[in-house]
Design a protein around this ligand. Structure first.
Ligand SMILES: [Zn+2]
Length: 116
C-alpha cells in the first residue's frame, strides 16, 4: 500500500508539472501584454500545488510504513507475554509438557526437574 502511495505521489508531481507548463503556456500566450506574468503565476502555482500533493502522499506512505513497524513490534510483544504465561510462577515445565509445582523434583512421567 505504501508503494502505491509513493507511485501515486510521483504521478501527481510529474503530471502536475507538465499540466502547469501546458496551462501556463496556453493561457499566457493568449493574453498579449501581461501574458508572461499570468503564465508565470499559473506555472509557479501549479508546480507548487503538485509538489504539495506529492509530499502529502509521500508522508502517507511513511506513516503506513511506520504503522507496519509498530504492529510488528506489538505482535512480537504479545508473543513474549504468551510465552511467559505458559509456565506460571511457582511451577516448572517438564519436557513432556506437564506443569509441576516448584517444590516437586520429579514429574509424574518420571523425569527429574532440570537444573536452573
Ligand atoms: Zn514429565
Amino acid at each position: 500500500m505504501s508503494n502505491k502511495c509513493r507511485n501515486l505521489g510521483l504521478i501527481v508531481l510529474i503530471l502536475g508539472i507538465i499540466g502547469s507548463f501546458i496551462m501556463a503556456y496556453t493561457i499566457g500566450k493568449n493574453i498579449s501584454e501581461i501574458g508572461w506574468i499570468i503564465g508565470g503565476v499559473i506555472l509557479i502555482g501549479g508546480c507548487f500545488s503538485s509538489y504539495v500533493g506529492f509530499i502529502r502522499l509521500e508522508a502517507t506512505a511513511e506513516i503506513l510504513d511506520n504503522q507496519d513497524i509498530i504492529f510488528q513490534a506489538i505482535s512480537n510483544l504479545e508473543e513474549e507475554v504468551v510465552d511467559v504465561d505458559k509456565v506460571p510462577q511457582g511451577y516448572w515445565k517438564c519436557s513432556c509438557g506437564n506443569l509441576n509445582p516448584a517444590n516437586t523434583g520429579t514429574c509424574s512421567c518420571g523425569k527429574r526437574k532440570p537444573a536452573l
